[in-house]
Design a protein around this ligand. Sequence first.
Ligand SMILES: Cc1ncc(COP(=O)(O)O)c(C=O)c1O
Length: 402
Amino acid sequence: MSLKKTIMDESYWSRIRESFLLDPNEIYFNTGSFGSLPRSVFESMQEVLHHIEKNPTRHRGQQQTEVTNARKTLAAFLNASAEDIAFASNVTMAINMVVLGLDWQSGDEILASDQEYGAIDNCLHLAETRFGIVVKRARIPIPPTGPEEVLDAFEAEFTPKTKLVLCSHITTRTGLINPLDKLVDLAHKHGALIAFDGAHAPGMIPLDLQASGCDFYGGNCHKWLCAPKGTGFLFAKPDVQDRMRHVVASWGYSQEGPSLGDKGELLINGQPFMWGLENWGTRDQACFIAVANAVDFQENIGKDQILARGRQLADHLRQKMSQTGWANLLTPSCEEMSGSISAFELLGFQNTDLYDTYKITVPFGRWEDKDSHWMRVSTHICNGFEQIDILIEALTELRGKN
Ligand SMILES: Cc1ncc(COP(=O)(O)O)c(C=O)c1O
């Protein structure tokens, strides 16, 4: 069956939607904050939890093997080597591991965009106040018309002191897909390392971390990959792993320091160095084991088809919103910079609470400096065309009541 045909087949997508645990009487457009679990992922995690609780001591070793297998499955999905991946509870933790784990000299600079997530800005602030470094900002237009505008915004802010570039792969507020490969080249041209905040990419767009050449990539599994909450990862290229210090020292730390394996690979206590970084003491294993089930669920559909479906729904939404006269698209229109997040500036709204009356979950905010609101709509494989039509009808009605 051709890709196009499968994408157009609504009965197929209805079945996919039904496999999610989402309340069928509600509409959920917030995968960008929290993904919902497919039933199969939830049930497999429940089984593991149940098994663990039969004897939390004796079953731990076996579950640890399952966590290692899940890491391999996730790594294959990301086109990375399992040895270069540490599980983390979320991307916030992954980025903290990089920013607070690197060695800094006073006056060093981190170059970030002006569209980073608030919690990551907090991490950068902590690094500034603690290490005496300076965080500079590349000002990316909203929306940029093409990748060159993003690259120019970064290029303008490099100095010889720039040691690290930090950039969202897909931005939180507007869903802009930044040009990963070109940013890697730019950072390396200036002799800087580059770390990506990949909160939104895994499960929305196909990734090839090895080919990208990026130094660090933190990601979430609990958004678009629809894995359990509290699952994320940090990827680090082999030649930069020894630049990171442990942010939390537990059994993954060695007082003798790291060693080299037969092939020159970095080890800690005889294990891949990255696996030591993820050891933060006792934690739940079931959620990480279930990441493998979430990957299987998506692989059965196909990464390209998931992205194409998200875009197909987003196109429908954007087209309808453009006809209202009260919505400005904040997400780029060019395909390479835009996926399954669509953000809008909404004009003339007083009230934006769609949940009470319409049972629609979609995030809104008020622009701090404007008399308008923003709305971010995530269109994923758990959504459908008629839900988008209902959203627009509801918005129109709500605006009329102002
Ligand atoms: C770009 C970006 N980075 C980081 C985060 C934080 O994710 P988490 O709370 O899972 O660490 C988010 C959450 O929405 C985000 O959008």
